[in-house]
Design a protein around this ligand. Structure first.
Ligand code: JHZ
Length: 406
């Protein structure tokens, strides 16, 4: 098996870890299948919390080579995400210009995917460079004019990039096992004269708990972040967090800004730390409450699909997202309840969802299936998905925080 067990906290090094959730064993969410395979590999999903710094993490780390060498997720499929990238580039440009005089700054994006974010920085006048381990995505970014080092972020790849003014890392930090080295390597690349900064976006644990987003727990996401453990670790590494923003993308995340070059701390940092403490995120019962809250979805979703099947209704999934595929597995939903999931990512089409074995089909399949119900597996893009399909006249099933029909 290509995984190892976690024995200490990857943020603070404590061995004082407590298990608060066990979702059994499921296949890798993006391990899309070419054909039905009854012996598909499954890996445990258990959540641990560090008693010292309150980082939440999975109990296992699956080998990154297994997860990412050929990665089907393309950032650019969602207009909502493209809009988010545009706004991020504009906002960072304005923060940087308040602090430094630099013309045409250089931004490096770690895990740059198909170049979705760097394209927006380029449009804002930045010089850009990506680092992306998935060969298919790095090649696509290069084709679109984004210079990309096709590798993971480690000492060798860091040595191949120049010093820069901004490093961004969106939706990758949660995927990294050695987060301390990740930050150290980034910090060393930030130029002093431009007061270089590291900007990281991660899904936020408070949103996950409040929204019952347990489907976002899967093998790629090794850590589930609060601001508290991040602030402590970044200070310890000499690259303090000086600003934080809550962002709506992917069900709710945080964008943290850090730098070794002496930025004054913005009040946003202390405000969110206090909110975490006041809402009980450093207390055990909050974790137990989250763990017991997922039971209703795991019970109600299969029950709903079963009763719709009994009534002869057709249900089709929309968005073969990693979280959606995980949800189908957590709820034990087999292909007889739902055998088609629509997804507009060409690399996903024609494949089967691992574990639940639904066929991933292009958008045009909606006209053939004529669904009575569309299960929004990418609920984070509900607005966009509903807008695109409302002409079909189907009802929508939103699976979380509680199973709801629209
Ligand atoms: P989406 C991703 O997870 C990937 P996933 C990653 N693991 C991560 O960390 C999180 O984000 C935060 C499709 N779609 O983005 C595209 C359409 O077909 O919710 C995607 O396959 N048409 C790195 O996989 C899927 O839905 C559309 O119009 O859970 C959405 O996946 C839209 C909007 C999406 O993330």
């Amino acid at each position: 098996m290509n995984y190892k067990r976690v024995t200490k906290c990857r943020a603070c090094g404590s061995r004082n870890l407590v298990k608060y959730l066990d979702l059994g064993e499921v296949p890798l969410a993006n391990g899309l299948q070419e054909s039905f395979d009854s012996s598909i590999e499954k890996y445990p999903i258990e959540m641990l919390a560090c008693i010292e710094c309150h980082l939440s993490m999975l109990s296992v780390v699956v080998s990154p080579e297994k997860l990412y060498t050929n990665y089907p997720y393309h950032s650019s499929v969602s207009q909502t995400f493209k809009d988010h990238c545009r706004a991020m580039a504009v906002s960072i440009k304005s923060i940087l210009s308040e602090k430094s005089e630099i013309k045409n700054p250089l931004v490096i994006d770690i895990a740059s995917n198909d170049g979705c974010l760097l394209k927006e920085f380029k449009a804002e006048g930045f010089n850009v460079m990506g680092v992306e381990p998935s060969k298919n995505l790095a090649a696509e970014a290069e084709k679109n004019g984004i210079s990309t080092v096709d590798d993971f972020w480690h000492e060798d790849s860091a040595a191949r990039i120049p010093a820069c003014d901004v490093i961004t890392a969106t939706n990758v930090f949660a995927h990294v096992d050695d987060i301390r080295t990740f930050v150290k390597l980034a910090k060393e690349k930030l130029r002093l004269y431009s007061k270089g900064m590291l900007v990281i976006e991660v899904p936020y644990l408070m949103n996950m708990f409040e929204g019952n987003q347990f489907d976002t727990i899967y093998h790629e996401h090794l850590s589930y972040f609060l601001l508290g453990p991040l602030v402590a670790m970044f200070s310890d590494l000499g690259c303090p967090i000086f600003r934080v923003e809550r962002i709506p993308i992917h069900g709710g995340g945080i964008r943290i800004y850090s730098s070794p070059w002496g930025y004054e701390e913005d009040p946003s940092v202390m405000k969110l730390l206090c909110e975490e403490r006041d809402k009980g995120y450093y207390e055990a019962e909050t974790y137990d409450r989250f763990a017991s809250g997922i039971e209703s979805v795991v019970r109600d979703l299969p029950f709903l699909l079963f009763s719709l099947l009994e009534k002869g209704k057709k249900v089709v999934g929309y968005g073969a997202s990693a979280k959606g595929i995980s949800l189908l597995n957590y709820c034990d939903i087999e292909s007889r309840y739902m055998n088609v999931v629509i997804d507009e990512t060409p690399d996903k089409q024609g494949k089967l969802t691992p574990g639940s074995n639904a066929v991933i089909a292009p958008f045009s399949q909606f006209e053939i299936e004529k669904p009575d119900y569309i299960l929004l597996l990418a609920w984070n893009f509900s607005k966009e998905l509903i807008e695109k399909t409302k002409h079909l006249g189907a009802k929508y099933i939103i699976p979380i925080p509680t199973v709801t029909i629209l």
